[in-house]
Design a protein. Structure first.
Length: 372
């Protein structure tokens, strides 16, 4: 009888003097595993270890397939990997993976605004790659659709309007079928930036939205072939740049954009005061960022247009020294704004030769003094 009892106890996993079983211990519940992997992924994201973060978020979704936030962060990690990938092919692969994960996150949590904004960013980046025009158009249209959805979900959030507007004016406008359609896209973007300004709470955000608003109006002016319309858009753009500089007075790029708008306006009106205003804006920008090659080049063009060749050439010299890419030294050889300098020996000395081409003619009208 004792032998039978002992056999039963042993078959049940008991050992003499013990009550524990030999069965392997069970792991934590899937929800706990998912949360642990998610937290690990967040930490890796903060360390910019995007590949390892993506793996952690993937494991979180395996443990908990309906974990929407893990899918969103997985897409975020893949989006960053796409931005950092070396080749367009690798970038495209990563970004498409990111779009798929963000799409899954949106399916699981359709009211999460940030998911839609990230999805919009991802599609816009895919469209920026060297892809077929039809795919580029589809990506930009998709980016607009996702940004619009973000606005619908949170109409008081200013950032969503800027995302939507940015795709319209900087990307989708290239597919406009006519001048009128292109101008309308830029004006629609300007209206969205206006909405962003109304909703932004911080001075820096207001400054950014106003600067983008002005940039959209400048694009509208460039797209238009109607002189009066161009001048109207540029006046409005200059006013927006002024508002931007009041909200964020230390943004050098805003002064450069404002100066460029003044220069375009001055070339249309032929009034020296407008070009003087452009020079003033470029000078303020350079006081904040002295070695910016783009601003130095614009300032040189403004001096050349107003009839200050010595200052223009000295400014070009500074520009070429600051421009490691050499882009502006090539551009200066053909830029119509610099036509008046081409026969100047000091200009030729910038290139170390006296046998430079004369360049192309300029369509800029003669300047006159007039009211601001």
């Amino acid at each position: 009888m004792k032998r039978l009892i002992m056999a039963a106890l042993l078959s049940a996993g008991y050992v003499l003097g013990q009550t524990e079983t030999n069965a392997p211990p069970q792991g934590p519940p899937p929800e706990v595993v998912a949360r642990q992997e998610y937290q690990i992924g967040l930490g890796l994201l903060q360390e910019n270890n995007f590949a390892s973060a993506a793996e952690s978020f993937q494991r979180a979704t395996v443990a908990q397939p309906d974990f929407a936030e893990a899918y969103r962060q997985w897409g975020t990690a893949l989006l960053q990997l796409g931005r950092l990938s070396g080749t367009p092919q690798r970038q495209g692969q990563r970004l498409q993976e990111a779009a798929a994960k963000l799409g899954k996150a949106a399916e699981l949590a359709p009211k999460d605004r940030m998911t839609w904004l990230l999805w919009s960013d991802t599609l816009a980046l895919i469209g920026d790659l060297p892809v077929e025009p039809s795919l580029r158009l589809a990506c930009y249209q998709g980016a607009v659709e996702k940004a619009r959805k973000a606005v619908e979900l949170a109409p008081e959030e200013w950032e969503s309007y800027t995302k939507w507007a940015g795709v319209l004016t900087a990307k989708l406008s290239e597919f406009a079928a006519s001048e009128r359609a292109r101008v309308q896209l830029h004006l629609e973007a300007a209206s969205l930036y206006s909405n962003a300004v109304e909703r932004a709470n911080f001075r820096g955000d207001i400054g950014t939205a106003c600067a983008n608003w002005g940039a959209a109006l400048v694009r509208a002016a460039r797209a238009s072939t109607v002189p009066d319309q161009k001048q109207t858009f540029l006046r409005e753009a200059i006013e927006k740049f002024h508002r931007s500089s009041q909200a964020a007075p230390n943004s050098a790029v805003t002064y450069t954009m404002c100066g460029s708008a003044f220069m375009q306006f001055g070339k249309l009106t032929g009034v020296r005061n407008d070009l003087r205003d452009a020079i003033n804006q470029f000078t303020i920008s350079l006081s904040l960022r002295p070695d910016d090659a783009a601003t130095l080049y614009a300032l040189a063009c403004a001096h050349a247009l107003i009839g200050n060749p010595i200052v223009a050439i000295e400014t070009l010299k500074k520009c070429f020294a600051a421009d490691a890419s050499g882009i502006y030294s090539k551009l200066a050889l053909k830029d119509p704004d610099l036509t008046s300098l081409r026969d100047d020996l000091a200009f030729k000395d910038l290139y170390g030769t006296s046998a430079l081409p004369h360049g192309i003619g300029t369509s800029n009208p003669p300047l006159r003094d007039g009211p601001r």
